[in-house]
Design a protein around this ligand. Structure first.
Ligand code: GTQ
Ligand code: FE2
Length: 360
């Protein structure tokens, strides 16, 4: 009879398991990838479907305390059933019926809205009320009171983007309902636009606002003018005529964790492809075109929303006769703040990917 001694390595492994310890040598590839393999998938939501669903929710579902908003989240199929567009970004279509109020609250997730149709609606942020008009970008910095409402009979609809997934990952969420549905308006109409809307000039008695943008609303007429002016003089090989919305006092992004862009793809433009760390959410604002993501062509028309995951190679195409406009939100400031931003151009002579399929 030979007694079989238990294998000491197997024993050690068992002891580790019992003590909630894991040896790196058994999982190195999983835990320290040689390149990003995001769960987030390239995906696109069609405006016709977003609109029909939101409209139906407007008929069936009242806005009540608890949910507070009639917002419908883009739920990326690679996010394991979570209502997240990417690993850092929440994106939603929000629908407000005429005469409705979406009650005041505040949270540590920062938010922006990009207005698709304002139709007599407003948003109040920390006592500063602005009319929402198509193409406006409205900021809700962390922990600021905000409510939305309508002075007309018509519905308003817009895109929300928040850093909810990031905030939850960091175990940093706080939320508080305001005692009143509508907070008091304490500022003159469009006060922040009147005070800070000409970015190169600042009220001389005030110190610059460094942490976040003092401008609450970026009006579409200003954005459009800047875009048309830029198109006369310069463009980027990867993104064509593209503007970043900035904090006018710093030139930096509007908030800490994500940044917003408005981009004009001129007729006939086909950009070079590249990839970078960080994820993005897009709204096709006007016109039509396509974005090739990892070899798959995502054709879009106005109102469609789509996602580009981290490190996914992408290029934009406008093969039509009219300009196409894209609004987008990127978590780049976050990646840069933690020193994890990396980018590279696509390695092919013409800078384009080989198209292997079409998203459907
Ligand atoms: O409008 O305040 O899509 O608090 C998600 C959470 C919108 C909002 C969203 C929110 C809001
Ligand atoms: Fe909110």
């Amino acid at each position: 009879m030979t007694v079989i001694e238990p294998d000491p390595v197997v024993q050690l492994r068992e002891q580790m398991r019992e003590r909630h310890l894991t040896p790196l040598w058994e999982l190195e590839g999983e835990i320290m990838g040689v390149r990003p393999h995001p769960g987030t998938r390239p995906w696109l939501w069609r405006w016709s479907q977003l609109y029909a669903i939101a409209e139906r929710a407007g008929e069936l579902v009242p806005i009540e305390r608890g949910g507070d908003r009639r917002a419908i989240a883009l739920s990326n199929p690679g996010q394991g059933g979570m209502p997240y567009a990417t690993s850092t970004l929440w994106a939603a279509v929000q629908w407000l019926n005429g005469r409705e109020v979406a009650p005041a609250h505040r949270h540590t997730s920062q938010a922006i809205r990009f207005i698709i149709d304002g139709a007599g609606s407003y948003s109040t942020v920390e006592g500063d009320r602005v009319q929402l008009e198509r193409g406006d970008l409205v900021l809700t910095p962390p922990w600021t009171w905000h409510d939305h409402g309508s002075d007309s009979e018509e519905r308003a609809v817009w895109m929300d983007v928040l850093d909810i997934p990031l905030n939850n990952y960091l175990d940093a969420p706080f939320f508080e309902p305001h005692p009143d549905d509508s907070q008091k308006v304490t500022a003159a109409p469009n006060a922040s636009v009147l005070k800070y809307g000409v970015g190169q000039l600042r009220p001389a008695w005030e110190p610059p606002s460094l942490g976040r943008s003092p401008l609450q609303t970026y009006k579409w007429s200003d954005t459009r003018r800047a875009l048309d002016n830029l198109a006369k003089v310069a463009a980027d090989p990867f993104d064509d005529v593209v503007l970043e919305y900035t904090n006018p006092h710093t030139g930096g992004p509007v908030m800490a964790t994500f940044t917003c862009w408005m981009q004009l793809l001129r007729p006939g433009v086909h950009t070079r492809a590249h990839r970078h760390t960080g994820s993005s959410v897009y709204l096709a604002y006007e016109g039509r075109g396509a974005t090739v993501i990892e070899g798959v062509r995502f054709s879009w028309t106005a109102g469609d929303m789509f996602v580009i995951p981290s490190w996914a190679t992408h290029e934009h195409v406008n093969d039509g006769a009219d300009p196409a406009l894209l609004f987008s939100v990127h978590d780049t400031p976050l990646l840069k703040a933690v020193d994890k931003y990396r980018s590279e151009p696509h390695d092919s002579p013409d800078g384009r990917q080989r198209v292997t399929g079409e998203f459907s």
